[in-house]
Design a protein around this ligand. Sequence first.
Ligand code: GDP
Length: 476
Amino acid sequence: EVITVSELARKMNLKASELIGKLMEMGMMVTINQQIDAETAEILASEYNCNVKIVSLYDETLIETEKDNDEDLRERPPIVTVMGHVDHGKTKLLDAIRSTNVVAGEFGGITQHIGAYKVKVRDHEVVFLDTPGHEAFTLMRARGAQITDIVILVVAANDGVMPQTIEAIHHAKEAKVPIIVAVNKVDLADANIDRVKQQLSEYDLIPEAWGGSTLFCEISALKKTGIDSLLETVLLQAELLELKANYTCRAEGKVIESKVDHGRGIVSTVIVQRGTLRVGDAFVAGVYPGKVRALFNDKGEKIDEAPPATPVEILGFTGIPDAGSPFQVTETERQARQVGAKRQELEKQGEAQNVKKITLDNLYDSIQEGSIQELKVVVKGDVHGSVEALQTALEKLSTKEIHLVVIHAAAGAIVENDVNLAAASNAIIVGFHVRPTPKAQMIAEREKVDIRKYNVIYDAVEDIRSAMEGMLAPDL
Ligand code: GDP
């Protein structure tokens, strides 16, 4: 079991230089393309509160990933997701960006909705995921498909920070994705930009003018003002991230949506993350092998190849892959079929979920093993007051050995999205006078997310304290 430093960094959303520095602290001198063993990767990951999972279903030994040489790496466009409270203008913003970028005379100016689109900003490009909101973002993360580089947080200037604004902040922070704030609806008479900045400061999103480091833009998605400067800001943020990809290796990416189209058959949109995808390439998408019969861009035009950070519609699937499935070009068609068959077999054996999830029952052992230093908790409760009380009480449980972090707290039932967040972040869920919805319950069982329900705050606090100390009574 080996992985290169650069690959591990990519998976952990960190710069390779950061990992190299950390390894040096641990007494290991490595280069970016050096391979490290699973054990070292695990120790490294735990330093950053990530879990290394030895997953069999999408085991990369099934398909050998081509290595990156430094000279293969070139700048790639950033991939952006728009988040924010309902009605704050996410859809309007995505439409405004799309329409301001349509070159006059271009095929009727029509872009197809394929789940993502690419725009030109000066001589650079930016990719936008077309499904706004943190639900899609978190669902993809829960499936291990973290593709967003930058989040644009839309906050309506008249409304200010609202519950879903806060949720979006939590989701983006949890994913370690930088946030650019777009204060929208500045055309309205009751717009209050300073109030938005004030409110966001409480969440550590502080504008540079106030001594912080968050990039803010003032826009009107309706009047299409400030859009260019927002795009420039995205480029600026992207530059800081030093996003690079190999343009020459076999293509790899993630499925972002799939559909069955009359006449065309199965059509999936894939975002290529590295390599260049070409017509004729053999591939495996999730458990399905295939061969690229045709490629279409976000304008519906037939194309021959798709470089990194390109959303592309693909024809040539043998089954409908789920959103979030890994997409990998293989050396031969035979290999694609073999890998697909192997994965289908593993999936049948239920090995797809070969991921150790944290629960109150295994918490103490995990602390002892040193595999976690942080217990992440999602708190849901019937009313705002009890949620706050429970959050405060739980956070006080932090010890030297284990830090307790509430990654999301809100009033309301335990819903699908809470479970996805917990699954993606390896968190447990504590419900106070609330239950999971049936759908949330189903996902929790599948993803093995621990949901604990309480009617007394004291009981919740005591249970978690006992679990941290290894004194939890068995859950009967
Ligand atoms: P979403 O739920 O966040 O996707 O919000 P929408 O994009 O659907 O916008 C919600 C409403 O706000 C719509 O009626 C939009 O026309 C309106 N809206 C969006 N942006 C602006 C803006 O910049 N100014 C004004 N005045 N209205 C806006």
